[in-house]
Design a protein around this ligand. Structure first.
Ligand code: NAP
Length: 472
């Protein structure tokens, strides 16, 4: 198991170590190296030194490294899934899903690396030729969260490699081991030294702030909370560093009265319970139309009661632990506040005693003003609100500062598309619980972020457009 920093193609010790815990029982999995100022500076020096030569490499060369990385990740997917499950707590079915999803970003960007189109045309006045090309933006800082420690890393490393950028990866302090595994995969796939570096600063804030004020840094790709995203946008403003921000969500679900519940319930369970609800895409605010509300709530509660809570790596577990006691306690506090404000518990709702960062599958019915609707829950908690007209449902769903993803369920495609078009979110899923796909643009509007990852847009987060005007 890799547990050191990776700088200029070497696995190195840092200024000390930090424990990584198994959230199922609080035991220490490994002590990992942490980066002091010297290691952060060494990573900047290495990524800067490699930048010019790396940007000039042939797209096919970069593509083949990514393809090889995809093959390594795929052949080692079970080991990767176990590591994800151990340090993050998620159940193995979720961890396996993430390992496969993460590898797919390397396959997709291996294909994208060789397909970046430019443009050549005559100006409207005929006075010149307009030539448009895309060049690697340069040294990029990649910051990832704990909830998808593999997927969020490959979603950034893949396009950065494809575009020809060098990188410094800073994973979440709760889950650095998976990131280290992925860096090791890239090394084995033949990535030249200095192109990808991994640091784990003892204190993220000051270390990243310093990097964002360093003229060698050209780009920031951040995935995490809106709160931290706001801070980083302000930091990046001083040197006008380009930013891509994948931030928090508080996904809305609209279940219309004509929805087919045999489709809706299993898909909604995916939207709610994937990763134990610790997903930016998690269905957090469920609005159901009154004529089918009783049946929907009864079926949802029955299905949620089937989840088996336990250690992520146990074969029977379908609901693992949260990443830490701190995160688990946040979930419990949000539910307790909701109950105090009139929320009615139909399932779960009680924090277990004993070791392990566990919280049970929970269903609540709440009114439209309940405070739970203002929080990104990040846990297995499903608050349900009943609405009457389509217009009311849409207005309630959009009443949030977030705008990452919405879910719409209806047997009428026309009605579902009308509702989808009215949703203030970067993504809408119709009659489907998971739509994340490396081939599709992932990202939010409002305070859920700026930019897109994956799809045809993803590589452009690491490219800058250059216009060359030619007298002919
Ligand atoms: P977080 O607290 O914002 O942390 C994310 C990353 O930022 C971690 O690596 C963290 O490092 C680092 N960080 C924290 N404070 C920083 C600072 N002042 N300067 C620089 N870096 C800093 O988020 P999280 O709790 O790990 O992840 C959950 C959040 O991520 C949720 O809001 C979720 O919705 C969001 N998310 C969004 C997407 C998306 O695609 N939109 C995907 C997944 C998750 P440390 O661990 O060292 O603090």
């Amino acid at each position: 198991m890799r547990s050191k920093l990776y700088i200029n193609g070497e696995w190195v010790d840092g200024s000390g170590t930090m424990p990584v815990y198994d959230p199922s029982d609080g035991s220490v999995i490994a002590d990992v190296a942490i980066a002091g100022e010297a290691e952060c500076e060494a990573a900047l020096t290495a990524a800067d030194a490699a930048a010019v030569a790396w940007a000039k490499t042939a797209p096919r060369f970069r593509s083949e490294i990514l393809r090889k990385a995809f093959e390594i990740m795929t052949s080692e997917s079970e080991a990767i899934a176990k590591l994800i499950s151990r340090e993050n707590g998620k159940a193995m079915p979720d961890a396996r899903g993430e390992a496969a999803y993460a590898a797919e970003f390397f396959r997709w960007f291996a294909e994208e690396a060789v397909r970046t189109p430019g443009d050549f045309r005559k100006s409207p006045s005929g006075d010149k030729r307009i030539l448009v090309t895309h060049q690697p933006i340069g040294l990029s800082i990649l910051i990832t969260p704990w909830n998808f420690p593999a997927g969020m890393a490959t979603r950034k490393i893949g396009p950065a490699v494809a575009a020809g950028c060098t990188m410094i990866l800073k994973p979440a302090s709760e889950t650095p081991l998976t990131a280290m595994y992925i860096v090791d995969v890239m090394e084995r796939a033949g990535l030249p030294k200095g192109v990808l570096n991994l640091v784990l600063p003892e204190k993220s804030g000051p270390a990243i702030s310093k990097m964002l004020h360093d003229k060698r840094v050209k780009n920031l790709s951040f995935t995490g909370s809106t709160e931290v995203g706001r801070v980083l946008l302000k930091e990046a403003a001083d040197k006008v560093i380009r930013c891509s921000m994948e931030l928090g969500g508080n996904a809305q679900v609209i279940v219309h009265d004509d929805a087919d519940l045999t489709v809706t319930i299993p898909q909604l369970l995916l939207a709610k319970m994937r990763n134990g609800g610790a997903a930016c895409t998690s269905a957090n605010r469920i609005y159901v139309q009154r004529p089918i509300a009783d049946k929907f709530i009864a079926e949802l509660t029955k299905s949620m009661s089937a989840f088996v809570m336990g250690r992520g790596t146990d074969a029977t577990t379908t609901l693992g632990a949260s990443v830490s006691m701190k995160e688990r306690n946040k979930i419990a506090e949000i539910v307790d506040e909701s109950i105090a404000a009139g929320g009615k518990v139909l399932l779960g709702g009680v924090k277990p005693s004993g070791e392990g960062a566990f919280y049970p599958a929970t269903v609540l019915t709440v009114d439209k003003n309940n405070p739970i609707l203002n929080h990104e829950i990040f846990g297995p908690v499903a608050p349900v609100v009943i609405f009457d007209t389509d217009e009311e449902g849409i207005a309630l769903a959009n009443d949030t500062e977030f705008g990452l993803i919405s879910y719409v369920f209806s047997a009428s495609l026309a009605r579902a598309i009308r509702t989808a078009e009215a949703m203030e979110s970067g993504m809408v899923a119709i009659n489907k619980g998971v739509i994340s796909d490396p081939a599709a643009p992932f990202g939010g509007v409002k305070q859920s972020g700026l930019g897109r990852e994956g799809g045809f847009d993803g590589i452009h987060e690491f490219l800058q457009t250059k216009y060359i005007g030619v007298e002919i």
